[in-house]
Design a protein around this ligand. Structure first.
Ligand code: GLN
Length: 195
């Protein structure tokens, strides 16, 4: 299994480490040539969505990644990565891949609660640690997306087909269950393709 981790900026090294602890090879996607057909899944890390969006365009990586995701490539996005996937944003004009039927609220927790950690239920996994850093939340999901976790009345994780997003950072905790959940989606798709 080969997972491409977008490595332009932000917390990509932590995702590579989580994947390697689960015995999976992650490859850094730094330029268009790194986006190869043998990838089984993608990770879009946290960081700054504006910077990542700009670099994706400048490096000509935006279109090939969008095509892959639209083609069903499993993708796991955290925090800024979630903003990149969202079809809609309710507090800024800018949107990016627009592939997930969710509305995102960027920097939703304001300054005071900019960073915090908690524990909450994640559907299908159980109670897990959740670390939030200047996080967005999902203010609405459309009919195509499914809510996976809610904290203080705000949606913080969702999925839609093979797309998974979290407003928090599983890669910053030692709990590997969300990465494992994603890898099961990847394995399921690979098995489906082989059949
Ligand atoms: N505030 C960042 C953004 O809007 C997201 C923060 C993060 O990824 N930790 O892009």
């Amino acid at each position: 299994m080969k997972i491409g981790v977008l490595a332009l900026q932000g917390a990509f090294a932590e995702h590579l480490s989580s994947l390697s602890r689960l015995g999976v090879t992650g490859v850094e996607l730094r330029q268009r040539a790194d986006i190869t057909p043998d990838l089984d899944g993608l990770v879009l890390p946290g960081g700054e969505s504006t910077v990542m969006g700009k670099l994706l365009r400048e490096l000509d990586m935006f279109a090939p990644l969008k095509t892959m995701i639209q083609g069903g490539m499993p993708v796991f996005s955290t925090c800024a990565g979630l903003i990149l996937l969202a079809a809609r944003a309710d507090n800024q004009e800018k949107t990016y891949f627009e592939v997930m039927d969710i509305t995102v609220r960027r920097n939703a927790y304001g300054r005071q609660l900019g960073s915090f950690s908690t524990q909450a239920e994640f559907a299908g996994i159980g109670v897990i640690p959740m670390i939030f850093i200047r996080a967005p939340y999902i203010s609405a999901v459309g009919p195509q997306a499914q809510i996976l976790a809610v904290v203080d009345g705000h949606i913080v994780a969702a999925r839609q087909d093979a797309m998974l997003c979290t407003a928090f950072h599983p890669e910053l905790s030692s709990d590997l269950r969300v990465h494992d959940y994603f890898l099961r989606t990847v394995a399921g798709r690979a098995a489906g393709n082989a059949a």
